[in-house]
Ligand binder design. Structure first.
Ligand code: APR
Length: 311
């Protein structure tokens, strides 16, 4: 059986780490595409990873390119093309420039990889994934935004850090847009099945929720130049793997809602089943009145940013 083909559109910070993790997981051959101005950079990263393979014996091929022909027939396309935040910027400040970029990328992906499962990462996520969907005309099960996996991962990490327990045993979900209005559902968070209110005080839980909502900004401030890339790459690879291995993972992701959670026609973070058909299902949770209000608030914000795309 031929290897699967994974195209990474954007070979910057996240794209580079993705190429590395994808190789280490041997999920398929990887093509990293970037603009002609930095073709050498992606070719160099790809070659460096090719030369890393003997140490642990990975057998995938990685190439760098600026020619869309090279992504032809890809099974998965991950889009990180765009600009990241600088300190003081919100994700929404990136809309104008990243909208132009996603339009160009969507037209090329449609042409060269029309059957791919597409994971959009560029910010402002909820509006950029919507734009990809509109421009490409792809079916909704094959277009998704990566945000919830990362936001929930951060929530899990903070619960693990506060309780001193393994991050692996923390289970939780963050709903909503990828920004300060996101909704971490503490009520449903557990460590190995134990509700977190048995392990942490209300004050601590509220502080963790706040830190989760601002986690991306915390890293932007610390880095001073650019945004997080290790944990986003790991979050993306979980989704790629769920699709390629038909794992039926339940991963919070920005999926097109058509009535679920009372949202219609927008991509927003909701628990999704990811398997061989892409986004196979959106799972619904019975929310409390407060949670419903918080979700309505984040949905309103997403709608405002989407309206600015004019699509
Ligand atoms: N086509 C392909 N690649 C592009 C294009 C384009 N039209 N325009 C820009 N790029 C490339 C850049 O050249 C750069 O190499 O996208 C890459 C982005 O990489 P970084 O600047 O390192 O950004 P990164 O940290 O990887 O984040 C990418 O994900 O989390 C979001 O907000 C973040 O929108 C940003 C994206």
């Amino acid at each position: 059986m031929a290897r699967k083909k994974i195209a990474l559109i954007g070979g910057g910070q996240i794209g580079g780490i993705l190429a590395l993790i994808g190789t280490q997981k041997e999920l398929g051959d990887i093509v990293v595409l970037d603009i002609p101005e930095v073709e050498g950079m992606v070719k160099g990263k790809a070659l460096d990873i090719m030369e890393l393979r003997p140490h642990d014996g990975y057998d995938a091929n990685i190439t760098g390119t600026s020619d869309y022909k090279d992504i032809e027939g890809s099974d998965v396309v991950v889009i990180t093309a765009g600009v990241p935040r600088k300190p003081g910027m919100t994700r929404d400040d990136l809309l104008e420039i990243n909208l132009k970029i996603i339009t160009n990328v969507a037209n090329n992906v449609k042409k060269y990889a029309p059957n791919a499962f597409v994971i959009v990462v560029s910010n402002p996520l909820d509006a950029i994934v919507y734009s990809f969907y509109k421009v490409s005309g792809f079916p909704k099960n094959r277009v998704v935004g990566m945000a919830g996996a990362l936001d929930s991962g951060r929530f899990r990490a903070f619960i693990a850090m506060e309780t001193g327990l393994s991050a692996q045993d923390v289970s939780c979900v963050v709903l909503g847009g990828h920004g300060p209005t996101m909704v971490p559902l503490s009520r449903l968070a557990t460590v190995g099945g134990v509700p977190i209110d048995k392990l942490l005080s209300t004050e601590k839980i509220e502080a963790i929720e706040k830190r989760t909502r601002e986690a991306g900004t915390e890293i932007v401030k610390l880095l001073g130049n650019g945004s997080a890339f290790f944990s986003p790459a790991a979050s993306i690879m979980e989704m790629v793997e769920a699709y390629l291995k038909d794992k039926k993972r339940v991963i919070p992701s920005a999926a097109l809602c058509e009535g679920e959670y009372g949202i219609d026609g927008y991509f927003i973070g909701v628990p999704c089943v990811i398997g061989a058909d892409g986004i196979e299902k959106v799972l619904e949770i019975d929310l409390t009145e407060d949670e419903k209000a918080a979700l309505a608030n984040t949905a309103d914000h997403v709608k405002e940013v989407v309206a600015e795309t004019g699509l």
